[in-house]
Write a protein that binds this ligand. Structure first.
Ligand code: ADQ
Length: 474
C-alpha cells in the first residue's frame, strides 16, 4: 500500500491516543489515516525563526510521524496573516469588502509555498499519495510538479469556493486557479462550491467539465468532486459518557435553572455571523417579552487570528453589542446573553451542547461547519435539542431537518428561535433522527476514505451531490 503524505499549513502536535480528547476532530481523523497508511504529516510548526533554514523537526508519537518547519516573521506576516487570512479568507467567504490586495502578500504566499515544496519534496517517495489541505497551499501542487514529482497529488479546500464574479476581483486570479490544474484530484465540501469552481473554469479558462466532474483545460485533466467533511460521530457520542462532559452539562444546567438554553459555539470570526445572530436574538427579545427571563443564550467564541485587524474589530463590535443587549434587557436575576471568549476541551463542549435546548449556528458563509454536527451528536435521543442552522453553511446541504434560516434576517432568526423553543418532543425527535443518521453515516472516516480512495484511483467519482436546499425549509 502507498504511504500517505498530508500537507497542511499547521500540523497538530502529535499526542498519544490516550490524550486525543484534547485534539480537534480533524487532527484525530488525519492522524488515524496516517497510522493506517504510515506516511507523515508536514507543515508549519507555528514557531518563528530569524532566518529560514528549511530544517525539519521530525517527531513520532503513537505511529504518526510529523515533520514541521519554522517560518520567518516576514513569511508569517505576508503568507499567513496576509494573503491567506486577509486576501483569500474574506474573498472565499464572499466578503470582497474585507479582502485586502497587497503585492507583498502575493509574493510572500508564493515564497512560502516554494519553501514548503522545497523542504517536503525530498521526503516524498515515488509511490506516495500526497494530500494537500486548504487555501494556504493552493499552488503547492504546481510547485511540487516543478520539482519533478510524478505522484498522485490531491487538494482539499475546507472553505467555500466563491462565485465566478467575485473570484475575478482577485488580482492574478487566473494564475492561482491555473496552478490547481497540477493536481490529480480537487475536493470541495459541497456541490455548490464545486459548481462555482466549474463555472470559473468554463468562463475564465475556456475549460470543459464532464458529467463525472473531470475538468479539462488544454492538455491538463483534473478530477473534481464534493467530499463533505464529517465529525468522528462515534467518538463524540462516547465522549458524552465521560466525567468531564457530565460536569460541563451539570454546570450549564444548574446555571440556567428553570430556563431554556440557547447555545452558539464558534471561532471568533466575521464569517460565523455572530453579530447578525446577536441582532436576531435582540429582535426575538423585543418581540417576545413573554420569553424574557425564561431563556438564556450562551455564546462561546474564542478569539482567533488576533494579528489581523478585522478580527480586533469584530471582537470590539461583539463586546459592545452583547453589553448593549444585556444593558437593555437584563434584570437583577437574569442576563439575556452570556458571551464567553474561551476555548474548551471537546468533552466540555459536548456537555454544553447536551445541556442546550437550541443551537443557534448561523454563519454568513461556511465551508461546512462542524459545530452543527457536533451539537447533533451530543444530544440525548429521548429529549434532543433543536438545531437552527444557516442555509449558507455547507452543512445545510446534509442537514435539512434543521430549522434552516437566512442569517442576515433578524426576523427569520427570531421566528426560528420561537419555533425551536416551542417545538413539541415528537417533532424534535423526528428531526434529530433525520440529522443524526447522516452525521453518523457521513462521518470523518467516510470523508477521508472517500478522498484517499478517489486519489488512489480505487473509487469512481463523483460522490452524488446533495439535492439543493429548499427555498423555505423552516
Ligand atoms: P472552522 O472555521 O474552524 O473550520 P468549524 O467547522 O465549525 O469551523 O470547526 C470548528 C472546530 O473548532 C469544531 O470542531 C469546534 O468544536 C471547535 N471549536 C469551536 N469553538 C470552540 C471552543 N470555544 N472551544 C474548543 N473548540 C472549539 C474550517 C472551515 C469550516 C470546516 C472546517 C473543517 O471554516 O467550514 O467545517 O474547516 O473542514
Amino acid at each position: 500500500m502507498s504511504r500517505l503524505i498530508v500537507i497542511s499549513n499547521r500540523v497538530s502536535t502529535p499526542r498519544p491516543r490516550s490524550a486525543e480528547g484534547t485534539q480537534g476532530g480533524l487532527a484525530v481523523a488525519l492522524s488515524a489515516a496516517l497510522r493506517e497508511y504510515r506516511g507523515l504529516w508536514f507543515g508549519w510548526s507555528g514557531e518563528m525563526t530569524e532566518t529560514f533554514t528549511g530544517q525539519i523537526n521530525l517527531q513520532r508519537v503513537d505511529g504518526v510521524t510529523t515533520a514541521t518547519i519554522d517560518l520567518e516573521e516576514q513569511d508569517i506576516d505576508e503568507y499567513y496573516n496576509g494573503y491567506a487570512n486577509r486576501t483569500l479568507w474574506p474573498l472565499f467567504h464572499y466578503r470582497i469588502d474585507l479582502a485586502e490586495y497587497d503585492r507583498s502578500f502575493g509574493a510572500g504566499y508564493e515564497r512560502v509555498n516554494e519553501r514548503f515544496a522545497e523542504t517536503v519534496a525530498p521526503l516524498i517517495e515515488p509511490d506516495d499519495l500526497v494530500w494537500v489541505h486548504d487555501y494556504h497551499l493552493v499552488p503547492l501542487g504546481q510547485q511540487l510538479r516543478q520539482r519533478g514529482l510524478k505522484n498522485r497529488i490531491g487538494f482539499f479546500l475546507h472553505i467555500p469556493w466563491p462565485p465566478h464574479r467575485l473570484m475575478v476581483s482577485l488580482p492574478h486570479h487566473q494564475r492561482l486557479v491555473r496552478s490547481m490544474l497540477a493536481y490529480d484530484l480537487i475536493g470541495f465540501q459541497t456541490a455548490e462550491w464545486l459548481e462555482s469552481f466549474h463555472h470559473y473554469v468554463q468562463r475564465e479558462l475556456g475549460g470543459t467539465v464532464a458529467a463525472d466532474g473531470t475538468v479539462t483545460v488544454g492538455e491538463r485533466t483534473v478530477r473534481t468532486a464534493a467530499f463533505p467533511i464529517g465529525i468522528d460521530a462515534a467518538e463524540f457520542e462516547s465522549v458524552m459518557t465521560t466525567d468531564a462532559a457530565r460536569d460541563a452539562f451539570q454546570t450549564l444546567r444548574r446555571s440556567a435553572e428553570g430556563k431554556k438554553v440557547i447555545i452558539g459555539v464558534d471561532r471568533l470570526d466575521y464569517s460565523k455571523g455572530i453579530e447578525e445572530r446577536f441582532h436576531g436574538y435582540r429582535r426575538f427579545l423585543e418581540e417576545h417579552d413573554d420569553w424574557r427571563g425564561r431563556v438564556s443564550f450562551l455564546q462561546i467564541a474564542p478569539p482567533s487570528r488576533g494579528e489581523v485587524h478585522t478580527y480586533e474589530h469584530i471582537r470590539d463590535t461583539l463586546d459592545a453589542l452583547s453589553g448593549r443587549i444585556n444593558g437593555a434587557f437584563a434584570h437583577v436575576d437574569w442576563v439575556p446573553i452570556r458571551y464567553v471568549n474561551q476555548g474548551y476541551p471537546r468533552a466540555g463542549l459536548a456537555g454544553f451542547y447536551r445541556a442546550a435546548d437550541v443551537a443557534l449556528i448561523t454563519p454568513l458563509r461556511d465551508g461546512m461547519n462542524l459545530v452543527a454536527k457536533e451539537f447533533v451528536a451530543a444530544q440525548d435521543s429521548a429529549d434532543p435539542g433543536v438545531l437552527i442552522l444557516s442555509r449558507f453553511a455547507g452543512a445545510a446541504h446534509q442537514m435539512k431537518d434543521a430549522i434552516l434560516v437566512n442569517p442576515y434576517s433578524k426576523d427569520e432568526v427570531s421566528d426560528a428561535i420561537v419555533s425551536a423553543l416551542a417545538m413539541p418532543l415528537g417533532e424534535r425527535v423526528r428531526r434529530w433522527e433525520g440529522l443524526i443518521e447522516a452525521v453518523r453515516r457521513e462521518d470523518v472516516l467516510w470523508w477521508r476514505r472517500g478522498f484517499v480512495q478517489a486519489l488512489a484511483g480505487e473509487r469512481k467519482l463523483p460522490i452524488a451531490p446533495s439535492p439543493p436546499i429548499p427555498a423555505n425549509a423552516a
